[in-house]
Design a protein around this ligand. Structure first.
Ligand code: C5P
Length: 225
């Protein structure tokens, strides 16, 4: 049986990918399935937490039992949803794949193929939700967890990028996944490292996303205020 060590806690988990509209039928998106965030939400509920799952676009996963789901399809919408849910949260886990950029303009009508060269796509930066939670916490003392999907030729490259990202984002914990080889996106399994701001570094062996979720909550619990 799972421990009930999140009893009386409220946790917010973001999951899935954002879509940034180019026109009514096209968007900039990513391959996030939402499965890791779903697993985090499900496991937290099983461990006794009240869970708010801020859901971007995902595979067809159905709603996890006993979890409040808030839909947020774009980075801007997700920022508002996460910050709103986090005002009374003990922990926030940003498992969502948030687009770093969005189109400057969204065409009201479908963009047509013309004879001329296509206009260059102009992009602008989205808010960094995770960095914003650290810089301006909706509630003081909450534990903030980020994710990093990194590519690299060797584990060392991936870890190196992960440590730099942890320092840059300033969150308490960072889950680093190597992308590719049946890991991270569009898969049911995952592996990686759990890096802590206080210097901790644990390997997360290859396993189900539920197992990884348990390991992540194991690291969050002792850090809760
Ligand atoms: O910088 P990068 O996108 O790799 O960072 C990934 C982490 O930052 C994830 O936890 C993701 O949810 C979060 N993120 C965010 N807002 C963005 C981009 C990423 O919160 N605009």
């Amino acid at each position: 049986a799972l421990p009930r060590d999140l009893e009386g806690r409220h946790v917010v988990v973001s999951a899935g990918g954002t879509r940034e509209d180019l026109d009514p039928v096209r968007f900039l998106g990513n391959r996030s399935s939402g499965r890791q965030g779903w697993a985090l939400a499900r496991v937290a509920a099983q461990r006794g937490a009240r869970v708010t799952l801020v859901a971007g676009h995902t595979a067809d996963l159905g709603a996890p039992a006993g979890v409040d789901v808030v839909a947020a399809g774009t980075a801007v919408a997700m920022e508002a949803a996460v910050r709103g849910a986090a005002v009374d949260a003990d922990a926030v886990v940003m498992a969502a794949a948030v687009a770093d950029f969005r189109p400057v303009d969204t065409a009201a009508d479908k963009i047509k193929r013309g004879d001329a060269e296509p206009a260059p796509l102009r992009l602008t930066q989205n808010p960094d939700i995770l960095a914003g939670l650290v810089a301006d916490p909706p509630r003081s003392g909450q534990v903030v967890v980020g994710f990093a999907a990194e590519t690299g030729d060797a584990d060392g490259d991936v870890l190196h990028h992960g440590r730099a990202k942890l320092a840059r984002k300033g969150c308490d914990l960072l889950v680093v996944n190597a992308v590719g080889d049946g890991k991270a996106f569009e898969t049911t399994d995952n592996a990686g490292w759990l890096l802590a701001r206080d210097g901790g570094e644990d390997e997360l062996p290859f396993g189900s996303k539920a197992l990884l979720a348990s390991r992540i909550w194991d690291a969050v619990v002792p850090r809760l205020r």
